[in-house]
Write a protein of this length. Structure first.
Length: 371
């Protein structure tokens, strides 16, 4: 318990950039007022008996003049009343929502420690990540969405290219990588970062009409102020924990922590990562990256083979140049692997007089016997 309390004290005493918070809070107020103007935001939750918490017919309503042209289609139009998250994911936000979110991105650029993100954070995009938003049923309405498999394998031929579409990544420090899936290690310009999921735009949910709108700038990804700041109930809960710890310290005859000011509460509730002082684990949940290039790859193993095997076999056939790293179950970087060791010539039929090659073959045999 003592260790838990010390950890908590360290968390609430982190030095955040108060200037950032001071500029952030008015944006949050603007955002909340705008959502209140649009109406009720659905929770999509049900009670234990299966009855919806949302009142019948309650939803948000936005003047069509505030929405992009493609929002008039049957597919995208259904996303508009569902709330700010679904609108953002499907690129059907109102003009005023976009203005506020762009101001938030600008605010991040003003205060972010760019050296930290460039030199201490590894940007990882998991190609196996399943986003909440999808393009389900869109193709039945005549919309043209990119093929997921073709998109993933297409990256194999794009080493050295700079990409305009903003990409979502996990960020890792301390030589860690993603403990799940497989994918790319990127280099690029960090646009935003948070300890929580940003519910940003989903690239595969953008059909060709949306892509045409952004063909010069690339598809955007943003988040809203309400997504990166805890609700009042969350802040109140953390405040109660702090007060309980104070009471216990007083009862034990120890010096209690100071009362939390409103600035302290704002800092605790805010999930934005501006620099190393805002990182609470080896992983930053979501980082938005623009103008990115592929700097490497990572994979996990299944029965002694890189997974998924079809993807890495394709990578071998194409002849990717960037390094591929094997990742352990806890995200530890196990070192570089070489695809020719798994997809090259039939090693059992190779004969050589080279002692070094023979030792390599013996090592492969031994490792295979251990699997």
């Amino acid at each position: 318990m003592k260790l838990i309390m010390e950890s908590w004290r360290g968390f609430i005493n982190e030095t955040r950039n108060q200037d950032f918070i001071d500029e952030f809070m008015p944006l949050l107020k603007q955002w909340n007022e705008l959502q209140d103007e649009y109406g009720y935001i659905k929770t999509r939750r049900y009670d234990p008996e299966g009855n919806p918490y949302d009142p019948p017919g309650a939803e948000q309503t936005i003047d069509p003049g505030e929405l992009p042209a493609h929002a008039k289609s049957k597919y995208y139009g259904k996303k508009v009343p569902e709330g700010p998250g679904p609108r953002r994911a499907h690129n059907v936000q109102s003009d005023r929502e976009v203005v506020i979110e762009r101001k938030l991105l600008q605010l991040f650029q003003k205060y972010a420690d760019k050296s930290f993100f460039q030199n201490q954070v590894t940007l990882v995009h998991n190609l196996n990540y399943q986003a909440a938003a999808s393009n389900m049923f869109g193709d039945t309405l005549g919309l043209k969405f990119p093929d997921s498999k073709a998109t993933r394998e297409g990256y194999l031929s794009q080493e050295g290219q700079q990409h305009k579409d903003v990409m979502s990544c996990h960020g890792f420090i301390n030589n860690k990588l993603d403990a799940a899936g497989y994918g790319m290690i990127l280099k690029g310009h960090v646009i935003f970062a948070s300890r929580e999921d940003l519910a940003s735009q989903t690239l595969r949910a953008a059909d060709q009409t949306v892509r045409d709108v952004y063909k010069h700038s690339g598809l955007p990804k943003r988040t809203g102020p309400g997504r990166v700041h805890g609700k009042e109930s969350t802040v109140a809960f953390r405040q109660r924990i702090h007060q309980r710890n104070r009471e216990r310290a007083i009862a034990a005859g120890e010096e209690p922590e100071a009362e939390l000011s409103q600035e302290d509460l704002n800092n605790i509730a805010n999930y934005v990562v501006l620099g190393p002082g805002d990182v609470t684990s080896s992983q930053i949940e979501e980082i938005l990256v623009g103008n990115w290039t592929i700097d490497g790859w990572y994979c996990h193993f299944n029965q002694g083979r890189p997974w998924p095997e079809h993807f890495w076999k394709k990578a071998y056939e194409i002849g990717i140049d960037k390094p591929i790293y094997s990742v352990g179950m806890s995200g530890e970087n196990l070192g570089e692997i070489y695809l020719e060791d798994y997809f090259g010539e039939d090693l059992e039929n190779i004969t050589t007089d080279n002692p070094e090659e023979m030792r390599r073959d013996d090592l492969r045999t031994a490792l295979g016997a251990m699997e």
